[in-house]
Design a protein around this ligand. Structure first.
Ligand code: SF4
Ligand code: SF4
Ligand code: SF4
Length: 340
């Protein structure tokens, strides 16, 4: 489906940026199976967090603590070294149906098919409603976030130990027994996914259940999801399925439905884990236009090389100039002697 974008690609020639049709092959896996990944359809997520729990159970991850954040019903709050799946609850006030005034602060327009909780329309008997009598409604956007298994993964590019590597499935895995805790991968990730565990400094993130894939099983989170919000499979197939789902939602009036991370020519070469969202990516805490942070490394090394060459030339000249002068004076004196 991406033939028009591939051009005359040769293995290994687009390792840092650009359209990359075969990340596993370019990483040295010959005869690799089709690239697999996740399509997360947030329009059917019910926020049950079964995926988060399944991930913790399968990977024996430590708990996040039992304290309430006070910010939201979502108490895990974000991805981290011990939270490799995170279901965000985004609470939005939206204008009420039936022409009532929008609440202070406003909100995106309503559309058929969205989850709606008519809290503000509920009279509490004292003239007020659960929404403060503003006539607005609350909607929850729920989205299960994860490592994007980027086509161009900066975390992997900067890892000096080989702890991060590309698998034969095209996914990106970090090996806890090789990580030396340098932390280079953390600022390199354009999504803020990978994190060091404070207790020992080693970096952790989703492995796309590499152990399960090797045994022919789907990842634990996808297996546990009761609504098939998380779908695992060959990436090309998932992209086709996702495009159909967007068409279906648009036809049903959910015009804000859009895909995120599915384009092979975006700043990271497309994500191995992409999403169907119901609002702007920023609303979900996702960067709108992520770019692999190692994209400009070749140009930077080229400039550094040119600067080093100029410096070396200058130093050579500084030494050679006086020496040439001395040589000129010496040969001039000899010449005068010879003429006498
Ligand atoms: S999302 Fe971040 S941690 Fe995951 S593969 Fe991409 S750069 Fe690496
Ligand atoms: S693929 Fe495996 S490691 Fe990654 S979030 Fe799902 S359960 Fe966790
Ligand atoms: S298991 Fe599925 S429905 Fe439940 S929170 Fe995770 S993605 Fe949403």
């Amino acid at each position: 489906m991406t033939d028009h974008l591939l051009g005359d690609h040769l293995p290994g020639d687009r390792l840092l940026s650009g359209v990359e049709p075969d990340p596993a092959g370019d990483a040295g896996h010959s005869g690799a199976p089709p690239r697999t990944g996740f399509f997360t359809d947030t329009s059917v997520c019910i926020g049950c967090k079964a995926c988060e729990v399944a991930c913790k159970e399968w990977n024996a991850l430590p708990e996040d603590g039992l304290s309430l954040s006070g910010m939201s019903y979502d108490n895990t709050q974000g991805l981290g070294a011990s939270t490799w799946r995170h279901v965000a609850f985004i609470e939005q006030e939206v204008p009420a149906r039936g022409g009532a005034e929008a609440p202070a602060g406003g909100g995106p327009p309503t559309a058929e098919g969205r989850t709606r909780l008519p809290l503000a329309d509920t009279d509490d008997g004292n003239g007020g409603g659960a929404g403060g009598g503003t006539g607005g409604e609350l909607r929850w956007l729920m989205a299960s976030d994860v490592c994007k298994h980027c086509t161009h993964a900066a975390c992997l590019d900067v890892c000096p130990t080989g702890s991060l590597f590309r698998t034969e499935f095209g996914t990106v895995v970090v090996q806890e027994d090789i990580c030396n805790g340098c932390g280079y991968c953390v600022p390199a990730c354009p999504y803020g996914v990978i994190e060091q565990r404070p207790s020992d400094g080693r970096a952790f993130k989703c492995t796309m259940c590499y152990d399960r894939l090797g045994a022919g099983q789907e990842p634990a989170c996808a297996k546990a999801c009761p609504t098939e919000s998380i779908q695992y499979g060959p990436l090309d197939e998932l992209r086709e399925r996702a495009a159909l789902r967007v068409d279906q939602l648009h036809a049903a009036g959910v015009t804000d439905a859009r895909l995120y991370g599915h384009e092979p020519d975006d700043g990271v070469g497309g994500d191995g884990a992409f999403f169907l969202l119901l609002d702007e990516p920023e609303v979900y805490g996702l960067p709108p236009d992520p770019v692999v942070t190692t994209r400009d490394l070749p140009a930077m090394w080229k400039h550094a090389g040119a600067a080093a060459l100029s410096l070396a030339g200058g130093i050579a000249l500084a030494f050679a100039g006086p020496a040439l002068k001395r040589f000129g004076r010496a040969t001039g004196a000899t010449g005068r002697k010879g003429r006498r």
